[in-house]
Design a protein around this ligand. Structure first.
Ligand SMILES: NC(=O)c1ccc[n+]([C@@H]2O[C@H](COP(=O)([O-])OP(=O)(O)OC[C@H]3O[C@@H](n4cnc5c(N)ncnc54)[C@H](O)[C@@H]3O)[C@@H](O)[C@H]2O)c1
Length: 437
């Protein structure tokens, strides 16, 4: 891919549209507004707080990322979305119970002004949910047209220059790629024939991509991770990325596992279990939705530890992931990892991690960064899979002939080197021999 000569500045408003207005979305909307009003800080967001080193270490050039590349300002974001429940973002934030009521009350007029549009939904794809705020149409094709119309109207009404869509709705049941996903023509035919392999998330993604709107997938559903969508993203010049926001236990895994591997310490077993009591936990209590999540979580260690390259160290690894719906904890998940490792001469050791995390607090800054970076990518004329955004995902999308990169530190280096490349700066290799010549 050619580097763009000049990236146009981020002028005008961006409409941020989220299918799903639950815990993650409302924590994101409220959080951005709280930051805009100076009530809180955007901790956890690389685009807001991160810096980037440029040139040699002796040059002391370390600007903030937001000053280095032309990112949109938080003041330019306008929010909207779809949900199967008609609750405003205020009511949804209160129900989600992530943020303190006092903060949500302070933001009430803002949050109340965001009302969900009617969703594209079918219970076959999320078994534990049902709601009244749902579009009716004869075919899935008609539903896609209605979504495109929603987007066009939102853009006009809010005087937006550009739109971005981030899937923040529930995890759909497990689906494997099938014939209807193999190319754009088969996909369109299947939309018109109401084929059951076309999940609601794919209808949103189709509507976004064919409207020229970048799309990020925050859940583990296939959605844009099928050849048809990749083809459409290429032909419509749209950047896409996914899947499944990297928060909580998987974030910890991709921090700890590269360290163990770097020191050539073996791993016999990694048992992960967690309890969470939000609506996401309830949906994941259904075995078919859990299967989608499990697939997304299991791949991580396999790719980081490479048992085929290091059979003595990781060939016998037993990896187990459990998620338990436990209402008393709400969004405040507790995740336990019990890791059986071995070192010099095979002597065994154990590591225990008890992470008392807050799921949506970890996810909200990811949504913000994805919005700003996808918008940058679009202005820089990047299209198709954005592998440099793997940093944010549990199950990163990549070209079919590649394996995904899961190591958080390699992902960060890739992200920052992409920003350096976009701006014509030298890539950083960390070789550093020049300091000793
Ligand atoms: N919170 C995290 O740390 C985290 C991490 C990774 C992935 N995720 C994923 O992000 C998604 C959102 O998580 P959450 O905690 O906000 O869940 P949530 O249950 O609070 O919100 C999801 C919302 O989506 C709505 N919805 C379901 N299907 C829909 C459809 N077809 N169209 C429109 N709305 C629909 C539901 O009514 C609900 O309000 C889930 O898929 C979850 O697995 C969350």
């Amino acid at each position: 891919m050619e580097r763009p000569a000049k990236i146009p500045p981020a002028k005008g408003k961006i409409g941020v549209l989220t299918p799903g207005m639950g815990a993650v979305t409302t924590t994101f909307f409220a959080g951005v507004e709280a930051v805009r009003r100076g009530l809180a800080k955007p901790f956890g967001s690389l685009t807001q707080l991160g810096t980037i080193r440029l040139g040699k270490r002796t040059e002391n050039r370390v600007p903030k990322i937001s000053k280095f590349v032309p990112l949109a300002s938080l003041d330019d974001l306008v929010f909207g979305g779809w949900d199967i429940f008609p609750d405003s973002a205020y009511q949804a934030a209160i129900k989600a119970g992530v943020l303190e009521r006092s903060l949500v009350h302070q933001l009430k007029p803002f949050l109340n002004s965001i009302r969900p549009m009617k969703a594209v939904f079918h219970k076959n794809y999320v078994k534990r949910l049902d709601g009244p705020n749902v579009k009716k149409a004869k075919t899935k094709w008609d539903l896609a047209l209605k979504l495109k119309d929603d987007m066009a109207k939102f853009k006009e009404k809010n005087k937006c220059d550009r739109l971005i869509m981030v899937w923040c709705a529930s995890t759909e049941v497990y689906r494997k790629p099938s014939e209807v996903h193999k190319d754009a023509a088969s996909f369109v035919r299947a939309l018109k024939e109401n084929h059951e392999d076309i999940a609601p998330s794919m209808i949103y993604a189709y509507a976004a991509i064919t409207s020229g709107v970048p799309f990020a997938n925050g859940a583990p559903n296939l959605t844009v991770d099928i050849p048809a969508m990749i083809e459409l993203a290429q032909s419509n010049n749209v950047p896409i990325c996914g899947k499944d926001f990297k928060t909580g236990q998987t974030l910890m895994k991709t921090i700890v596992a590269p360290g163990l591997k770097a020191r050539m310490l073996g791993v016999d077993g990694w048992f992960s279990t967690n309890i969470l009591g939000n609506r996401d936990g309830e949906v994941l209590d259904d075995p078919e939705s859990f299967k989608t999540k499990e697939e997304s979580k299991l791949g991580v260690l396999e790719y980081i530890l490479q048992p085929q390259v290091y059979p003595e160290l990781y060939g016998k690894l037993y990896h187990k992931v459990r998620i338990n719906y436990y209402p008393p904890r709400g969004d405040n998940k507790e995740g336990w990892d019990s890791i059986d490792i071995f070192g010099w001469l095979g002597y065994p050791m154990q590591i225990k991690i008890d992470f008392l995390c807050r799921d949506s607090i970890l996810a909200a800054p990811i949504v913000l960064d994805l919005v700003l970076l996808l918008d940058l990518a679009k202005r820089a004329r990047m299209r198709g899979i954005q592998e440099w955004l793997s940093f944010y995902f549990k199950s990163p999308m990549c070209a079919p002939e590649l394996y995904p990169e899961h190591d958080l530190f390699i992902q960060l280096m890739k992200l920052k080197n992409t920003l350096r490349w976009l701006k014509g700066e030298k890539l950083i290799t960390h070789l550093g021999t020049e300091y000793y010549d």
